[in-house]
Write a protein that binds this ligand. Structure first.
Ligand code: FCB
Length: 441
């Protein structure tokens, strides 16, 4: 059981669950175009077992039952994403009518069940045809993304509760172009600097398009990792600050302060696109809310070599299935810090939080007591922030379903509902049942 219930949160606080298109829908179906994740997965060594999102949770065909789970779990809101390649298989030009119909029905299905639809335009499945043109390295992507935004939002924008252009710009920019861990799998500082800026430019253009369509409640979703110096020395302190800069402050500063932090520009500045400063008004335009995705902290040590000159070292705290330390206090710290230092009164949402475990189905049930404890501990930090005056207005758990966890494939189970990939049977875990109880009105 969860210790906290709805009653421990301010009036009107919203509870939701989150998913994303490529991770659950089944991308080989319904006329979707090829994506850079299909290409990445087909290249040996990139993804555990070379697994991809071809079938995933077959949500494309099972969405009604999945939405029933949300309704029956007493959730208020559902955060889903729209696949660019499903809507526009070549990334530009002709739309796929089946794709548009799918999201249209999904939104109506949510409203029919009394759920608020919270859409994210891009959760990482770049159409391969655009990757061929340089993907996020190419400045033109902002215009392509604006066109995609117009196409999908002309169809569903009138019924959404909220919308955000990009999920986790850090993953799109840094993790995918500097660390090589996500598609397109580059390890190139120049590509990184460009992608990090262009992803925010695309955010800005998409936001403009949505405002022009008359949409409201538009936000941005960033991910945050609490950086801790690995030891007490000055080198580790500087390394942790550098990590904090390119992970946590770069996008926040761009969106809220219309500039990038000096310590990040020390590394990325020489590689930024020319005249990037001229884009900052578009990037920093008014938002209605900011979403924080939070999972873990990292211990950071200095390391030899060029910028950023650091490395992650293993920490002592209990870890999840994917090796992430469990550190709930970091969620409080970020809610406070983002509100006090950047957003100053803007509504905040925790748009993702959850954990992976090797959950097993035993006699028809999945006892994920660790996840219940994880959720309880993090919800307590959210309630604490709210009590301290941070305008945090909602919390979404990641994820409704076990799903395709990118480069680590299907083994890590992040869902509150278990998925048997052989039969596609869904089994609510203890955490789902605990939330259902805690959220009952
Ligand atoms: C976030 C992603 C989401 C999922 C979780 C575990 O960074 O937004 O798709 O992979 O991590």
């Amino acid at each position: 059981m969860l210790k906290l219930t709805r009653a421990d949160f301010p009036e009107g606080f919203l509870f939701g669950a989150a998913t994303s298109s490529y991770q659950i829908e089944g991308h080989a179906q319904g006329g979707a175009g090829r994506t850079h994740w299909d290409d990445f997965a087909d290249t040996p060594g990139n993804v555990a077992g070379a697994q991809n999102g071809a079938i995933a949770c077959d949500h494309l065909n099972r969405w009604e039952a999945d939405l029933d789970l949300l309704r029956d779990g007493n959730f208020d809101v559902y955060r889903f994403s729209t696949s660019w390649a499903r809507v526009m298989p070549e990334g530009r030009g002709a739309a796929n009518p089946e794709g548009l119909d799918f999201y249209d029905r999904l939104v109506d299905g949510l409203l029919d069940r009394g759920l608020k639809p919270a859409a994210t335009l891009y959760h990482w499945e770049l159409p391969s045809a655009l990757a061929d043109l340089g993907g996020w390295r190419n400045r033109d992507i902002a215009g392509w993304f604006a066109d995609f935004t117009h196409t999908i939002m002309s169809r569903i924008g009138d019924r959404l509760w909220s919308a955000a252009p990009i999920n986790e710009p850090w993953c799109v920019g840094f993790m995918s172009h500097f660390m090589g861990q996500h598609a397109p799998g580059l390890r190139d500082i120049r590509a990184t600097a460009r992608a990090m800026h262009h992803v925010l430019l695309a955010h800005g253009r998409a936001t403009e398009v949505m405002r022009d369509l008359g949409m409201s409640n538009l936000g941005a979703v960033c991910n945050f990792e609490y950086a801790v110096p690995a030891d007490a020395g000055p080198e580790a302190k500087k390394a942790a600050a550098t990590y904090d800069g390119y992970y946590n402050r770069f996008f926040l500063s761009g969106l809220m302060n219309r500039t990038y932090p000096d310590d990040v520009l020390e590394g990325l500045g020489p590689h930024m696109p020319a005249n990037w400063q001229d884009d900052m008004d578009l990037i920093g335009q008014r938002l209605d809310w900011l979403g924080l995705n939070y999972y873990t902290r990292k211990l950071i040590a200095a390391a030899p070599g060029p910028w950023p000159g650091l490395e992650e070292v293993p920490g002592p705290l209990p870890k999840t299935q994917v090796g992430w330390e469990i550190y709930p206090e970091g969620l409080y710290a970020f809610l406070k810090r983002v509100h006090d230092g950047y957003t100053r009164g803007l509504p905040l949402y925790v748009t993702e939080n959850g954990m992976a475990w090797d959950d097993r189905l035993v006699n028809g049930a999945v006892r994920d007591d660790r996840r219940v404890a994880y959720l309880d501990a993090h919800l307590a930090q959210v309630a604490r922030a709210a009590a301290d005056g941070v305008p945090v207005k909602g919390y979404f758990t990641w994820s409704l379903l076990d799903n395709y966890e990118w480069n680590v494939g299907y083994d890590p189970r992040f869902g509150i509902v278990h998925v048997d990939y052989a039969t596609q049977a869904r089994t609510p875990k203890s955490s789902y049942l605990a939330l259902q109880r805690a959220l009952a009105r």
